[in-house]
Design a protein around this ligand. Structure first.
Ligand SMILES: Nc1ncnc2c1ncn2[C@@H]1O[C@H](COP(=O)(O)OP(=O)(O)OP(=O)(O)O)[C@@H](O)[C@H]1O
Ligand SMILES: [Mg+2]
Length: 268
């Protein structure tokens, strides 16, 4: 079912997605069921839901990496279909190339796009600074902490300024202060570049701080239980978002949508 977008143009259209995996035991497992999402141009759209409900699977499908069992995917800019290279995907695991250093990892997508070397170095250095990895340019991923690997993988995607950004719990592994700094960086970039974002998180405060809308998924097989508008004014102050008028009510609303599922799970 398509929602009414008014005058806003769609950027990512996921239509009636269903996905089924074969388990190691050879049985079929329904992971996503009739998931329809239309993300608007320049919209920050977040998905929350219980662990294992199919959120990463949904982004794998949106990115074009995984073919859904059923349903349709379109990524658009205006009337133009986007190519895979124009979609940025920060996966849940950092997925850095282990045999490349930090700076080589970050320059990689620019090399694929045939950006000349001096510009590659300049843009990579700029992002190394933004994510706070100065001094670690020549380290290999195994020589970094988990949070540093995550920041390197964020830089590697942001450096080519994708038209659509898919982010799977990008800040989950970061400490509270780095997390807020990265949230601010992403919001600033998003505001400047006007990209469409699909963001996954377990953190409801983060969901409210960043998003225009938050979709709450049910347990597996994941369906969209409800999509909640986040009408807080922008630009947002990620450091003091919990003091904003309306924040507590939104958090309560999201929590109760999630909780109904957790209770059902516990009851079996
Ligand atoms: N390649 C695969 N083959 C078989 N089953 C898979 C595969 N990938 C994921 N699954 C199953 O699909 C379900 C959903 O996985 P997914 O990673 O999408 O969940 P998630 O919502 O992202 O969870 P989390 O919040 O813990 O990251 C899980 O039960 C998982 O075991
Ligand atoms: Mg996941």
């Amino acid at each position: 079912m398509m929602q009414d977008l008014g005058t806003e143009r769609p950027a990512v259209i996921l239509g009636d997605l269903t996905h089924r995996f074969v388990t190691p035991g050879g049985e079929m497992m329904d992971v996503l069921q009739d998931v329809s999402v239309t993300v608007r141009e320049k919209e920050f759209f977040t998905v929350v839901g219980p662990s294992g409900c199919g959120k990463s699977t949904l982004l794998n499908i949106a990115s074009g990496l995984l073919q859904p069992t059923d349903g349709t995917i379109r990524c658009l800019k205006g009337d133009r279909e986007l190519q895979k290279l124009e979609i940025g995907y920060i996966t849940q695991d950092s997925n850095l190339f282990p045999w490349f250093t930090v700076i080589e990892n970050i320059m990689m997508p620019l090399e694929i796009r045939r950006i000349p070397k001096p510009e590659r170095v300049e843009r990579a250095r700029e992002w190394i600074k933004i994510v706070g990895l100065e001094g670690f340019e020549n380290h290999y991923p195994r020589q970094l902490s988990g949070g540093m690997q995550k920041r390197c993988s964020i830089a590697r995607t942001m450096v080519y300024e994708p038209e659509v950004l898919l982010m799977d719990e990008p800040f989950g592994a970061l400490d509270a202060i780095t997390k807020q700094t990265m949230q601010k960086t992403v919001l600033d970039l998003w505001q400047r570049r006007q990209t469409s974002v699909i963001f996954i998180t377990h953190d409801l405060t983060e969901a409210i701080a960043l998003s225009d809308r938050v979709a709450v998924m049910t347990g597996r097989p994941g369906r969209i239980r409800r999509t909640v508008d986040i009408p807080l004014a922008r630009p947002r102050d990620v450091y003091n978002i919990t003091d904003q008028t309306g924040f507590q009510e939104l958090r309560q609303e999201l929590w109760s949508l999630l909780e109904s599922d957790i209770e059902t799970d516990l009851k079996g």
